[in-house]
Design a protein around this ligand. Structure first.
Ligand code: SAM
Length: 397
């Protein structure tokens, strides 16, 4: 089943229909290909898909997120909510303000901050609302993106740079808000297929000058999780054990506060729906979506949708409360999107049109409004959590 991509387009089934990479891009991809082939040889002929995805996206200096590709926005491969304009950040600032007020202070930690657009716009709005966090911490795997984030913040909010600190790992303890937009979908997933005799895990090998799929008996961790789902033979999909482990690590350090995660995905029953028998892997290259993650290594983004039931269970299993779950559209409206819109001056045609376009992208059910979800997990926080008051879908998880 093909799903709408980040722009609401339908994925092209044929990766050969993609625009051809430049000579420089091909040379870059060949270097990463070599790195992957060495790893495959060293591991006896194949690596798990999760390891392939990890290297394709994050191998230092070579992976998609770790080298110089533009990635976000019009000149890149895909667009995310913070890249559309400041409206998304201005909405998120409302729940952040009330949590920081409830805590009487605290920090914000953004994981996977991309270009730094959300950090800059959120801080500017919190400053306007007179509720700046004590510190704004950014946890980012990619050195190249850290530099880009610093550049964005220097350009958009130079006077707020003193609040910002980059981290290599999660801090030992944390009070405040952990925020991540489209982080979980960028974490390496294991891919599996149901065979007549049980669960098989998909590996990647090198054969006839290209990467190919290999089936292996599933690791215990994958088998234990997939067998109870009783999926039919032939069913192929993903499981994101790294995202669950990440949520547990954040829960471990969260002394008081909230983890607010926004991404595209579904509750488990929809994620492993019989009609989604090919899984949810999606690749983005120059604003075209397709479903072959073994192509264009290092040049394209690779993502999988999020099983939000698994994320909720990882959090509640580590002692957090599930504070809310809903669609991005419902959440942003709950955060005051309409009031922000009505405060805009329709006489300023350019600005008003820009805002209208952002609202459409962020909330339309055919764009990001319905496929994207927001989940809040927390400790020591009073309910109701702002943004979920009217359309809480916790019961569907
Ligand atoms: C799809 S991009 C989203 C970027 C940004 N949040 C946005 O919405 O535009 C994923 C981001 O997560 C980062 N990332 C992936 N895994 C991470 C991890 N384990 N810890 C921190 N950052 C990570 C990537 O380097 C990248 O910045």
């Amino acid at each position: 089943m093909k799903l709408p991509d980040r722009h609401g387009q339908t994925a092209s089934p044929d990766p050969r229909g993609l625009p051809p990479p430049s000579a420089g891009e091909q040379a870059h991809s060949a270097r990463l290909q070599q790195r992957l082939r060495e790893e495959i040889a060293a591991r006896g002929g194949s690596i798990s898909f999760a390891r392939f995805m990890e290297l394709a996206l994050y191998a230092p200096g070579l992976g998609y997120y770790a080298a110089g590709k533009h990635k976000f926005g019009a000149p890149g491969d895909f667009i995310t909510a913070p890249e559309l304009g400041a409206l998304y950040a201005r909405c998120l600032a409302r729940p952040c303000r009330s949590i920081l007020a409830q805590l009487g202070g605290g920090d914000i930690l953004e994981a996977g901050a991309g270009s730094g657009a959300l950090a800059a716009d959120l801080l500017l709005e919190l400053e306007a609302l007179r509720r700046l966090p004590e510190s704004y911490l950014i946890l980012e795997l990619s050195n190249e993106l850290r530099d880009r984030q610093a550049g964005t913040l220097r350009r958009k909010a130079p006077h707020l740079l003193k609040h910002i600190r980059w981290l290599d790992t999660l801090p030992g303890g944390f009070r405040g808000i952990v925020l991540a937009n489209e982080l979980l979908d960028a974490m390496p997933v294991e891919r599996f297929r149901i065979a007549q005799d049980g669960v098989r895990q998909l590996h990647v090998a090198w054969e006839d000058d290209r990467f190919v799929w290999r089936e292996k008996p599933a690791d215990e961790a994958v088998r234990q999780r997939i067998e109870p789902l009783a999926l039919p033979p032939g069913y192929t999909s993903e499981i994101n054990l790294q995202a669950e482990a990440w949520v547990r690590s954040v829960a471990d350090i969260l002394e008081q506060g909230v983890m607010l995660l926004v991404d595209y995905g579904f509750p488990r029953a929809e994620f492993y729906h019989p009609q989604r028998g090919d899984g949810t892997l999606m690749c983005h290259y120059r604003h075209r979506a397709h479903d072959d993650p073994l192509a264009l290594v290092g040049l394209q983004d690779i993502t999988a949708h999020v099983d939000f039931t698994a994320i909720a269970e990882a959090g509640t299993g580590t002692g957090l409360s599930l504070l809310g779950y809903t669609s991005q559209a419902a959440f942003l409206i709950g955060c005051g999107l309409e009031q922000l819109m009505s405060a805009s001056d329709p006489e300023d045609v350019r600005a008003h049109l820009g805002l209208t376009q952002q609202v459409k992208k962020l909330t339309s059910p055919h764009e990001m409004g319905e496929l994207y979800k927001v989940i809040a997990l927390g400790r020591g926080i009073r309910e109701p959590f702002p943004g979920f008051a009217d359309h809480d879908r916790r019961g569907r998880l």
